[in-house]
Structures are given as structure tokens and as C-alpha cells.
Design a protein around this ligand. Structure first.
Ligand code: 0X9
Ligand code: ZN
Length: 307
């Protein structure tokens, strides 16, 4: 059973990534971005048919499971890897020919494991600031150095949206920041994948819009429309727009951080499901994988035209 067809544990996810890197050394490179708060590896894959060495190629970068309980996001990442590496269709050859990929399936491994072993609804990482309180965890999507503060963020360490003691106080957000900086000149598109709500969102949360908002909306709308076009049973229509107005404003998100850094297309994708919330029954995983892959592919094709 492939680990994108069920809710695999971290060890199985990492084993799958290791196997692909060994089996397809010309296409796949496994990179350890560093460790989590509790010392677990945070791994990503570089996928490229030119060994990531062609500096003229744009990069499409996405991460999943930044929030621990949003389990359905990680199978979507592993399925995308599978489609690019193990099951590349003739019609998708351009996705490897024209684009290099960085795919990071579990940004928050401590929280993810904790949501399996202790608390299914855990959201944050598992760091403890013992001098401040006895509560664990920082909301990694409030910890980035952009509009850091109180838009749907909390200074209370016991809150689910605790922003941390300061920008980039958390090692997990620092690792993500470092990837963005390392490849900044080539990252054309960054997508921070969450659940749930069926949204494609873009910046900024301070009520300003990126200068290329028309192109961003175009790419985001194609993503949403391609997901919708598969008309799968759990597919509600995706809403596409500015995160502050379509959903709610939030401080310190990686989406706004990447957009502000100069990534041309920075999106937040909120996967299904409206009926089950975070608790998507595993039988829905394959169809969410397929429809989301259609959206990722469409947004990749559209965004690299502007590279
Ligand atoms: O609140 C969040 O971090 C995201 N939603 S979730 O339910 N998965 O927690 C939305 C982040 C994107 N929103 C903004 N940039 N405002
Ligand atoms: Zn989330």
C-alpha cells in the first residue's frame, strides 16, 4: 500500500521519500532541512530532470502539514511526488521538462506525531517556553516575520494561534524560511497547503495587494477551476481571492512572508472537507489527491509562463 492512500505515520513517509531518492537518483534528491523542536527530521524532495542544476528553470515549491491535524494535506504531497516520479503521464512531461519541484510533506513532524498519539485536534508545533507558561506549541503560520502581531494571532502561549515569542522563534519556521531564501531567485510559485475550506488564497493580509495581483488571481483561479473540473463527490467549489477578504486576516503567515520576499506567486491552498472538517475519512484521500494534483499542475503550468 502506497503511503499516499492512507494516513501514514512520519516514519513511513520518510521511508517512502528515502526509497524514491534511492530508486530514482537522476530525478529525486532527498534533503534534510534540519530537525524539529523535538529532534525529528524535516525532509523535502527536490525533483528535477536536470539534477536541479539548470538555473534557468523555475521552481514550484509547496509544503504540507504545517498544522498538525490537517492530515489530508500530506497524502496530496506524496501523490504529487508519485505522479512526477513513479507515474509521469505523457501529457505531464512538460511539468518535469520546464519546472523543478521542491515538495516538503511534513513541516511540523512533532505536531503530526502528537496528533496521532495524543490529541487528534492538535494544530501547533510542540515547543515549550517554560518561563512563560506550561502550555506547549506555537502556531507556525503566525511565526513568520511579516505583519507579526495580532491579526487572528495570540500572545497567549496556551492559544491555538500563539504566534511565539517573536518572529522565527521556532526552528520549523526557520527551516522553511531558509529554503525560501536559498532558492529565492528561482522560486516562481510557493504554495502553503492546509485544510480545510476549499480556498485558494493570496496576499496581503494588511489590505494591500501585490503589484502582480492580476496574474496571481489568474493562476489561483486556474488552480481552483481545475480542481472543480474533476467534479469529484467531495469537491465543493473553490473560492479564490485575497486571504484577508475571502477568509480572515492573519499575522505572520508563510504565504505573506514569501510574497513579500519576492516570490511572484505565493498561495495558500485550503483542501476539503466541509462535511468532515479535519477528519476526512481515508476513503476520500485518493480523490482529493487526484483533484488537487490537477490544480497543482494547472497552477504550475500557468505560473511558469510568467517566469
Ligand atoms: O489560519 C491559518 O493559518 C490558515 N487556515 S487554517 O484553518 N488551515 O489554520 C489560513 C492561512 C492563510 N490566511 C491568511 N493569510 N490570512
Ligand atoms: Zn492550517
Amino acid at each position: 500500500q502506497q503511503p499516499f492512500t492512507y494516513y501514514a505515520r512520519l516514519a513511513e513517509i520518510n521511508a517512502y521519500m528515502e526509497r524514491l531518492a534511492q530508486q530514482y537518483p537522476n530525478i529525486v534528491t532527498l534533503v534534510n532541512a534540519g530537525l524539529s523542536t523535538e529532534g525529528r527530521p524535516i525532509n523535502y524532495l527536490k525533483i528535477s530532470n536536470s539534477n536541479f542544476e539548470d538555473p534557468t528553470k523555475p521552481i514550484y515549491f509547496f509544503d504540507t502539514t504545517m498544522h498538525a491535524r490537517e492530515w489530508v494535506t500530506t497524502p496530496v504531497a506524496l501523490y504529487a511526488v508519485h505522479k512526477l516520479v513513479e507515474n509521469l503521464e505523457e501529457a505531464d512531461r512538460d511539468l518535469l521538462e520546464n519546472i523543478d519541484w521542491i515538495i516538503l510533506p511534513v513541516l511540523n513532524p512533532d505536531g503530526y506525531e502528537f496528533s496521532h498519539t495524543d490529541d487528534r485536534m492538535w494544530r501547533k508545533n510542540r515547543s515549550l517556553n517554560a518561563t512563560l507558561s506550561e502550555c506547549y506549541g506555537v502556531d507556525l503560520n503566525r511565526n513568520f516575520d511579516i505583519f507579526f502581531g495580532d491579526m487572528n494571532a495570540s500572545k497567549d502561549p496556551c492559544s491555538g494561534a500563539y504566534h511565539g515569542s517573536g518572529p522565527f522563534s521556532e526552528i520549523e519556521s526557520r527551516h522553511l524560511r531558509d529554503i525560501l531564501h536559498t532558492y529565492l531567485d528561482r522560486i516562481q510559485t510557493y504554495v502553503n497547503i492546509h485544510s480545510f475550506g476549499n480556498y485558494v488564497l493570496y496576499g496581503f493580509d494588511n489590505a494591500t495587494l501585490p503589484v502582480n495581483v492580476a496574474q496571481i488571481h489568474h493562476v489561483g483561479a486556474l488552480m481552483g477551476a481545475h480542481i472543480d473540473s474533476l467534479k469529484l463527490p467531495v469537491a465543493y467549489h473553490y473560492a479564490v481571492g485575497n486571504s484577508k477578504f475571502v477568509l480572515y486576516p492573519a499575522s505572520g503567515t508563510s504565504q505573506d512572508y514569501a510574497q513579500n520576499l519576492g516570490v511572484p506567486f505565493s498561495l495558500t491552498l485550503e483542501l476539503p472537507d466541509f462535511r468532515y472538517g479535519f477528519l476526512v475519512p481515508p476513503e476520500y484521500i485518493p480523490q482529493i489527491n487526484r483533484e488537487t494534483w490537477a490544480g497543482i499542475a494547472a497552477s504550475a503550468r500557468a505560473s511558469v509562463l510568467f517566469y
